[in-house]
Ligand binder design. Structure first.
Ligand code: NDP
Ligand code: 7N6
Length: 308
C-alpha cells in the first residue's frame, strides 16, 4: 500500500474540529485535505472519517475515528479489498471517567441536586437515598479498553467488580468474569450494570425485559456502548414500574434522541448526547493511531486495529 493523500471526511467534525484534525495529521509526510460527500477516491488514499460512505470503498484504507464500527459494512470492505481500521484503544480514560461520573452521581444524588438547583431548591434527599460506591458491586459487560478502564477505577473506589466477555478470560481488577450465556448471573447482584461491549448480532437486544427482571430493584443501568444493545421499550417499562432504579444513557436508539422522547424528563435517568468519549485532545489521539499505521505500512507490517 502506498498512501499519497490523507482525506479527512467532513463527518470528523462530529467529534472534533476539522482544522484540529488536519493540523494533527500534518507532518506525517503525506498531504492532508478535507473532503466532502462529493469527493472521489483511489487506491493511494487513506480516508479518516467518523461516518461511512460508499465511495470510501475505492480508497486503499479507511480509518474510522470511533471504536465502534457497527455502521461500516465490513463484508463490503473485504470484498473490495479496502482496509478498514477503527479507533479502539484511545477511550481508556474518557469513557471510564464518564462512567464513574454516572455512578457517583447516582450514589451521591448529584443529578437530583443539579435538577433542583434551577429552582433554588434546598430540599435534601431522604436519609436512605444516598449510598457509597465503596462496597457496591458493578458488572462491566465488555472488558476491552473501556471495560478495563472502568474496572480499574471501580476497584480503586472499593467496589466489587464482575465482568462479562465472550472469551471468559480473567481481567485485572475483575473478581469474576462471566461469559455472555451467564449474563443473568452476572447482573443479579450488581448495583450497577455498565454496557461497554460492541454492537453486534450477539449484543443487539442483549438487555431485554427478561434480563432487566434479573437485575436488582435498586440497580442502575449505564449504557456507553450503543443504543440497540438495550431493548428500548423494555427499559422504559423497567424504569416506569420500578424493576430497576435508574439509568445513565450516552448511547441511544436514535441520535439525536428525539425531543419528545420520555427519557428526557425521567427523573431517575441521566441522558448525555453521546459525549462519553469527548475530549479536547481527540484529534491528537486519532492522529497517533494514523501515524502508527502509516509507519507500519512503511515497514511492511500489519495494521493496528484492522477490522477488514
Ligand atoms: P474493545 O474492542 O476494546 O472491547 C470490547 C469488549 O467487548 C471486549 O472485551 C470483547 O471481549 C467484549 N465483547 C464482545 N462481544 C461481547 C458480548 N457478546 N458480550 C460481552 N462482551 C463482549 O472496545 P472498546 O472498549 O474500545 O469499545 C467498546 C464499545 O464501546 C465500542 O464498540 C463502541 O460501540 C462503544 N464506544 C462508545 C463510546 C461512546 O462515546 N459512548 C466511545 C467508544 C466506544 P470478547 O471478544 O472476549 O468478547
Ligand atoms: C466520538 C466517539 C466510539 O465508538 O461512539 C464512540 O468511539 C464515538 C468521540
Amino acid at each position: 500500500m502506498d498512501i499519497a493523500r490523507i482525506a479527512v471526511h467532513e463527518s470528523v467534525a462530529k467529534a472534533c474540529p476539522l482544522e484540529a484534525m488536519v493540523a494533527a495529521l500534518q507532518g506525517l509526510g503525506v498531504p492532508v485535505e478535507v473532503v466532502g460527500d462529493d469527493a472521489t477516491f483511489d487506491t493511494s488514499d487513506c480516508v479518516v472519517t467518523f461516518s461511512p460512505r460508499e465511495a470510501f470503498l475505492d480508497a486503499a484504507w479507511v480509518h474510522g475515528i470511533r471504536a465502534g464500527y457497527d455502521e461500516f459494512d465490513v463484508d463490503a470492505y473485504e470484498a473490495a479489498g479496502t482496509v478498514l481500521t477503527n479507533s479502539t484503544g484511545i477511550h481508556g480514560d474518557t469513557v471510564p471517567e464518564t462512567a464513574v461520573g454516572y455512578l457517583t452521581a447516582f450514589a451521591r444524588r448529584l443529578h437530583v441536586y443539579r435538577d433542583r438547583q434551577g429552582d433554588n431548591d434546598w430540599t435534601q434527599e431522604p436519609y436512605d437515598a444516598p449510598f457509597t460506591l465503596t462496597g457496591e458491586q458493578v458488572c462491566v459487560a465488555g472488558l476491552g479498553t473501556i471495560g478495563q478502564g472502568i474496572a480499574d477505577r471501580a476497584d480503586a473506589l472499593g467496589m466489587e467488580v464482575v465482568g462479562v466477555r465472550r472469551s471468559g478470560d480473567p481481567a485485572e481488577n475483575v473478581e469474576r468474569v462471566y461469559t455472555p450465556d451467564e449474563l443473568d448471573a452476572a447482573v443479579a447482584d450488581a448495583r450497577f450494570v455498565v454496557l461497554c461491549c460492541p454492537l453486534t448480532v450477539e449484543t443487539e437486544g442483549m438487555v431485554d425485559a427478561a434480563l432487566l427482571a434479573q437485575m436488582r430493584a435498586d440497580s442502575y443501568l449505564v449504557n456507553v456502548a450503543r443504543g440497540p444493545v438495550v431493548v428500548e421499550d423494555a427499559l422504559l417499562n423497567a424504569l416506569d414500574d420500578g424493576t430497576i432504579a435508574g439509568a445513565a444513557l450516552d448511547a441511544h436508539w436514535e441520535e439525536p434522541l428525539p425531543a419528545n422522547h420520555p427519557l428526557w424528563d425521567h427523573e431517575s435517568v441521566i441522558v448525555t448526547p453521546h459525549v462519553a468519549a469527548f475530549t479536547n485532545r481527540y484529534h491528537e489521539d486519532i492522529a497517533a493511531l494514523v501515524q502508527e499505521n502509516i509507519e507500519r505500512i512503511d515497514r511492511g507490517k500489519s495494521l493496528r486495529n484492522r477490522v477488514a
